[in-house]
Design a protein around this ligand. Structure first.
Ligand SMILES: [Zn+2]
Length: 360
């Protein structure tokens, strides 16, 4: 049923060079031809001085085909971005930086940043709250403090809270709530939500539930005291006691088991600092597991226009050079269609029809 995905080789034939990627971006951005975001003008010229940038003839506003995507102001080639996004999209478990490095011949640090940026687009765009009957539970996820493996002093555990919608197998729709304590048999798992929380105290748990589950839903939990006092929900605690917890909370336990296997298999354990990004990716893939095809366009950020994320945003560090004037001995170099160009050198500008870009 699902459309067969092209292999990386087929994909590389479709996007063999920068021009083919740029043409694709142009067509996605302006399917009916160039439109200036400033004045609505439709006449433009392609700048030779800056890569894939069009200048409005009417008002002079310059717009890059990569503006608003993860690729904006990148030093990497568009083909690398396209191919990496294709690999992330077609491997149902995703790709670690180590795997991208091997596939695309990049340095580890470049591959790592590329993977992080691509992963940030994998946030469920339609985060409608979960409804109906929802299992909620917590688990501990091991994490690594840094890139060192198997060093017991550098590992720890984080609490992850999760929720999963219970679906009725026969109808394929949200399970109707039953009287408290009644068993839900013959069910399926629906959409999920996950988040890392600093502790299992009530404020953190309540905040997660309010943010992710629609009021009026029935919450099936292990009866932990932190679930009490949620006025807008119907609480159906299952006292786990001697019974294994995976019996009354079957679906959320299956989600946690998959999450742990995935984090070890694909990423050899998660790093604490980036846990939310990984959890978002897992939720994104899980909620689409019957439609394995995540488009590479989604991963490139073409579907949703979001502001680009910098290295400093991802690592959570302060950019030491932010707002500081940059002392330069030589003027800055820019990437242009014809390679690097020194700033200040005379820009060459040709008025061409936008679609001639491939023939440059
Ligand atoms: Zn304009």
């Amino acid at each position: 049923m699902a459309k067969k995905q092209p292999s990386l080789l087929e994909f590389q034939r479709r996007f063999p060079d920068e021009a083919s990627c740029a043409r694709f971006l142009f067509e996605r951005r302006w399917p009916d031809g160039f439109v200036c975001p400033e004045c609505g003008g439709t006449r433009s010229c392609l700048l030779k001085s800056r890569a894939y940038t069009y200048e409005c003839v009417a008002c002079g506003r310059q717009t890059s085909v990569t503006a608003g995507t993860v690729m904006h102001r990148t030093k990497l080639s568009l083909t690398i971005w396209f191919w990496a996004a294709h690999l992330m999209a077609t491997h149902s478990n995703g790709m670690s930086a180590q795997q991208l490095k091997g596939q695309l011949g990049l340095s580890y640090s470049t591959a790592w940043l590329l993977a992080q940026k691509l992963r940030r687009s994998m946030v469920d765009p339609e985060r409608e709250p979960l409804e109906g009957v929802v299992e909620v539970d917590q688990t501990e996820m091991p994490f690594r403090a840094d890139n060192s493996f198997f060093e017991i002093t550098k590992t720890g555990k984080m609490i992850v809270i999760g929720a999963v919608e219970v679906i009725n197998h026969a109808t394929g729709k949200a399970q109707k709530p039953k009287a408290l304590g009644r068993k839900y048999l013959d069910t399926l798992s629906g959409r999920i939500r996950l988040a890392a929380i600093p502790s299992n105290h009530a404020p953190h748990i309540h905040a997660f539930i309010k943010a992710n589950i629609a009021p009026g839903a029935t919450l099936i939990t292990d009866g932990h005291a932190s679930y009490l006092g949620l006025a807008d929900y119907r609480h159906d605690p299952r006292v786990v006691g001697n019974m294994a917890a995976h019996i009354p909370l079957k679906w959320i336990h299956r989600v946690f088991a998959l999450l742990k296997r995935w984090s070890l298999g694909t990423y050899h354990g998660l790093r604490r600092q980036h846990l939310d990004t990984y959890l978002n990716e897992f939720v994104f893939r899980y909620n689409r597991r019957f439609y394995r095809h995540v488009s590479f366009e989604t991963i490139l950020g073409l579907a949703i226009h979001r502001s680009p994320v910098s290295y400093w945003d991802i690592t959570g560090q302060q950019n030491p050079r932010k707002d500081a004037p940059t002392p330069r001995r030589n003027s800055r170099r820019r990437k242009t269609v014809e390679g690097m160009r020194q700033d200040g050198a005379a820009p060459v500008r040709h008025a061409v029809s936008p679609l001639e870009i491939g023939d440059q």
